[in-house]
Design a binder for this molecule. Structure first.
Ligand code: HEC
Length: 386
């Protein structure tokens, strides 16, 4: 197929036919080649729409992934339907969530509105929560006043009690707001009803960040943001990036709320590992850790905890630093941000290590490597959070 493409002999009509081939690899290749040889007539477009829609309902994960990645070829309504189908079937996979997010660019709000009323989305599971939060963050980044106001109305829902769905969406907006703290807030003629509510399901920083997206007579985010969040502007951006990366890479075991998950991973909230020495923490992320481990006085060991903390050395220094800055400052945690430089120099000292640490190995290593430094004792965190 690629040879025919190179010879200029590949026609969209043939590619459409190949979408029915029994072999996955032929189907996915046909989709990829349709990106370079798009359909030219409305009639062909209709055929493509129908075929991909049908595929999205039955395809296995490999074909579904390619359908999501190529969905921008479809007419915009079908694009959303296809992506909704795929997120319903395979949304527990981070890779699928990312593919869907990239192919629905600029239509995030429309998809969110569809999911809001979809029966399967009424009591969202963790992966669905993550996806709703990703949509909300993307909507905040787009900063379209009409969309944001309609979204706030939808969340307000005439004063009805907030549920989990509302909480994750509002959190997505609040976290994204950190990226443009105070810069070009959206000017409103009055304070939205939602933002007057005393029962917003966010902590104090979250509420402040959410409001910072806007300005209205009597409220100027530049002024009100002072001292609402202990992080400076650079660290705030790290925090926002860190949240996204945390949701993709860590929440599956440690929970979207950092409280840990039975059988999967210990808590981040108040953990002495999270709040303690940055280099030691970086080493845990870089190479992983094999239990047993004690966190907040509780021992986590097989068979209660099944997996092992995996290595994340494949991530770059800036991403690891963002995740660490995030977990050290979310859920009531408070510790200084971690820079990419610290992660980089720590990575350098342990280069070549291919097996995860045990707690004993790690302690020994840290003591030998940085003997003169007294590692800060983690403060206990009584004021936890939310
Ligand atoms: C596959 C599940 C899994 C994933 C994914 C995972 N962890 Fe862990 N993590 C664990 C387990 C399990 C432990 C405890 C050590 C052990 O038993 O191996 C742990 C321990 C930790 C600890 C030290 C103990 C604590 O609770 O403070 C930190 C910090 C940590 N993980 C951070 C992260 C971060 C940040 C990410 C994402 C980049 C992540 N983990 C991804 C399973 C996971």
């Amino acid at each position: 197929m690629w040879t025919l493409e190179g010879l200029g002999q590949l026609k969209p009509a043939l590619l459409l036919e190949l979408l029915d081939d029994p072999q996955d690899f032929i189907k996915t290749t046909a989709l990829r080649l349709l990106e370079i040889n798009p359909t030219q007539h409305a009639q062909m477009q209709q055929v493509l729409d129908q075929k991909v829609l049908a595929l999205s309902k039955t395809a296995n994960i490999k074909v579904a992934l390619q359908c999501a990645l190529s969905a921008h070829l479809l007419s915009s309504e079908v694009n959303l339907t296809v992506n909704q189908e795929i997120i319903d079937r395979f949304g527990t996979l981070a890779l699928i969530r990312d593919a869907v997010m990239s192919s629905i660019e600029n239509q995030e709000f429309i998809l969110l509105k569809k999911l809001w009323v979809a029966p399967l989305w009424q009591s969202p599971e963790q992966a669905q929560e993550i996806f709703l939060e990703m949509l909300a963050s993307a909507i905040a980044r787009k900063k379209d006043p009409t969309e944001l106001l309609t979204l706030l109305e939808l969340m307000h829902h005439q004063g009805k009690t907030f549920g989990k769905k509302e909480q994750v969406v509002l959190n997505g907006l609040a976290v994204a707001a950190l990226n443009f703290k105070g810069s070009n807030p959206i000017a409103l003629s009055a304070q939205p009803e939602l933002l007057k509510r005393p029962d917003l399901p966010l902590d104090q920083n979250g509420v402040a960040n959410l409001k910072n997206l806007f300005t209205w007579p009597g409220f100027n985010p530049e002024i009100s943001r002072v001292s609402k969040h202990a992080l400076d502007e650079k660290a705030s951006k790290q925090f926002a990036t860190g949240r996204q990366k945390y949701l993709t890479n860590c929440a599956g075991c440690h929970g979207t709320d950092g409280r840990g998950m039975d059988r999967f991973g210990p808590p981040m909230v108040g953990s002495e590992w999270v709040l303690g020495d940055e280099k030691k923490l970086s080493l845990v992320l870089l190479h992983g850790l094999e239990g047993p481990i004690v966190v907040l006085g509780k021992k986590y060991d097989a068979p209660d905890i099944l997996p092992m903390m995996p290595a994340h050395s494949i991530m770059d220094d800036a991403d690891i630093a963002a995740i660490l800055t995030y977990i050290r400052n979310e859920w009531g945690n408070q510790a200084n941000p971690v820079t990419a430089g610290t992660v980089g120099s720590t990575r350098h000292t342990s280069q070549g290590r291919v097996i995860p640490w045990t707690v004993k190995d790690l302690d020994k290593y840290v003591k030998a490597k940085w003997p003169s430094e007294k590692l800060p004792k983690a403060k206990s965190n009584d004021g936890l959070c939310c």
